[in-house]
Design a binder for this molecule. Structure first.
Ligand SMILES: [Zn+2]
Ligand SMILES: [Zn+2]
Length: 150
């Protein structure tokens, strides 16, 4: 089994447990949405996802997409970002290597980076406060190289 399928299976299992705990019905539509999210890399907004599902031949309503995103966020399987005010962008949780974001407030460019030391720092902080760690994110707002050169 390749890594991609393995990850998808782990995530589906996690979601199944979450659904059971919430005493919700397990629906095929939600699983299709989750698989579609984990098949792709990068950031997406709910409408992108809705259209992608439509193009893939699934007839899933926009409301179902939105509701499922909310559940997946609650289940800690996707992260919601607000890079710009009032527009939510999602991405799947990368359990093995979390990444962070540099955001240009002028052109809106989002650059991802990884930094081992942040991971270690977060581990230390949650340990100190006895906080249960689910995930974390970091946003550094500013001007990208290009915007800063004008
Ligand atoms: Zn910029
Ligand atoms: Zn990202």
């Amino acid at each position: 089994m390749n890594t991609e399928n393995k990850n998808a299976n782990i995530v589906l299992k996690k979601f199944e447990n979450f659904i059971r705990k919430k005493k919700l019905r397990n629906t095929n539509e939600r699983n299709i949405i989750l698989k579609e999210i984990y098949k792709n890399e990068g950031h997406f907004n709910p409408d992108d996802l809705y259209i992608r599902l439509k193009l893939a031949g699934y007839n899933i309503s926009r409301a179902t997409v939105y509701n499922t995103l909310q559940l997946l966020e609650e289940a800690n399987l996707i992260i919601k970002h607000y890079f710009k005010e009032n527009s939510a962008i999602y991405e799947k949780v990368n359990f093995s290597s979390p990444h962070y974001h540099l955001i240009c407030i002028k052109c809106g460019k989002v650059t991802e980076f990884e930094e081992k030391e942040i991971k270690q720092l977060v581990k230390r902080i949650v340990g100190k406060y006895g906080h249960k760690h689910l995930n974390h994110s970091m946003y550094i707002y500013g001007l990208c190289k290009l915007c800063n050169s004008f």
